[in-house]
Design a protein around this ligand. Structure first.
Ligand code: SF4
Length: 374
């Protein structure tokens, strides 16, 4: 395992001075965020789970709505998973929400609302990896555990002039060692947050404000002018264009909504209008009839286009053409979905769906409202 070593000339006093500087900067510049109001482990935990893969600005309204509905771990544990997913809708990476919910059930059953100051308990919970463990334990209980995420990874790499890629292999091990080595013995949670905050507010990926940085004097990347090279840029993955169709199957005033099973690789237990990839050379109408038959065993007559939605999933750029269709023959049955329901379009707001499906549902609700007005 690669060892983390302090730069030449550094002593433990240098490190202590840098810690003091960074904490003083944090005290003066920390953003006033709702999960920083106190050291409630439940609030910190929820915020940290939401913040994985998501920006602070996007998380704040979600966090406030979530805490308003599920103010304690017991309230979250008692909630229906569909309600939890509905609150998470739009944040993406829904597995995080299901893990959070399952972990809340485990914690509430064993500890009630008094969340334990015990890393061994937290480490066993679904969805709790080294980052969440360090973030919750250090911020709520001042446990001396490191964290590494995109911001602190960048700061540590530049600070110590690490030339490898800290996101993988030996570099990943190095950065966790560095994050542990720089921790103070007190105010650990604040120090971890200060590293992340410095990365978010000062040490940005492409335009670090070294002139105002509290650790500039001790920063190797700054000394060598290597901010643009450290850390190395991630290799952009090639985007793949995908053509999809979605089929809004009508039966009278109702439309068919389907739920994915709990083991689905994506959007597990969430609802959707049936959709699938169009085959090369296939017309949209033919694709709609085929997708309806394959996913629901219903024969349909394809109708007008409702909306076309462009969205991205990992490296796939998806163009989803959504058509209305009338059920012609057959009874709903699916080997793909766990459940199908005929619902009033005005009730779609009650079901957790993915972001593109929400745009489709909103369009459908609008169209149904106009039909009623005619
Ligand atoms: S001096 Fe510049 S590169 Fe170094 S940590 Fe500060 S902002 Fe980042």
């Amino acid at each position: 395992m690669p060892e983390f070593v302090l730069p030449a000339g550094w002593t433990s006093r240098t490190l202590a001075a840098v810690r003091r500087k960074l904490l003083a900067w944090f005290d003066a510049h920390r953003r006033d965020l709702p999960w920083r109001a106190d050291r409630d482990p439940y609030r910190i935990w929820v915020s940290e789970v939401m913040l994985q893969q998501t920006t602070v600005a996007a998380v704040v309204p979600y966090f406030e709505r979530f805490l308003a509905s599920f103010p304690t771990v017991a309230a979250l544990a008692a909630a229906d998973e569909q309600a939890v997913l509905r609150h998470w809708e739009g944040l993406g990476y829904y597995r995080r929400a299901r893990h959070l919910h399952r972990a809340a059930k485990d914690l509430a059953a064993a500890h009630g609302d008094a969340l334990p100051d015990d890393p061994a308990v937290w480490a066993e919970l679904p969805g709790v990896g080294p980052y969440i463990l360090g973030a919750v334990m250090s911020q709520a209980f001042d446990r001396k555990l490191p964290i590494v995420e995109a911001n602190s990874l960048r700061v540590l790499s530049r600070w110590f002039g690490y030339r490898g890629d800290p996101r993988e292999g030996a570099g990943k091990k190095w950065v966790w060692k560095a994050a542990a080595a720089v921790l103070p013995t007190a105010r650990v949670g604040d120090f971890n947050q200060a590293l992340m905050e410095l990365g978010a507010l000062v040490c940005s990926p492409t335009a670090p404000a070294c002139g105002t940085c509290p650790v500039a004097k001790w920063c190797e990347a700054n000394r060598l002018g290597l901010q643009a090279q450290i850390p190395p840029a991630t290799k952009a993955k090639k985007t793949v264009e995908v053509r999809e169709v979605a089929v809004v199957i009508r039966d009278g005033a109702k439309v068919l909504l389907c739920r994915r099973g709990p083991d689905a690789s994506r959007w597990a237990n969430m609802w959707e209008v049936p959709h699938g990839e169009a085959v090369a050379g296939e017309t949209v109408e033919a694709a709609v009839r085929r997708v309806a038959r394959e996913l629901t065993r219903l024969d349909v007559t394809s109708g007008p286009e409702l909306v076309t939605i462009r969205h991205g999933v990992t490296r796939f750029a998806i163009t989803m053409t959504c058509l209305e269709a009338i059920r012609k023959a057959g009874t709903y049955h699916s080997d793909f979905y766990a459940e199908g329901r005929w619902v009033d379009p005005h009730d779609l707001k009650d079901y957790p769906v993915s972001s593109p499906q929400r745009r489709l549902a909103d369009e459908l609700t609008r169209a149904s409202r106009q039909l009623r007005l005619i």
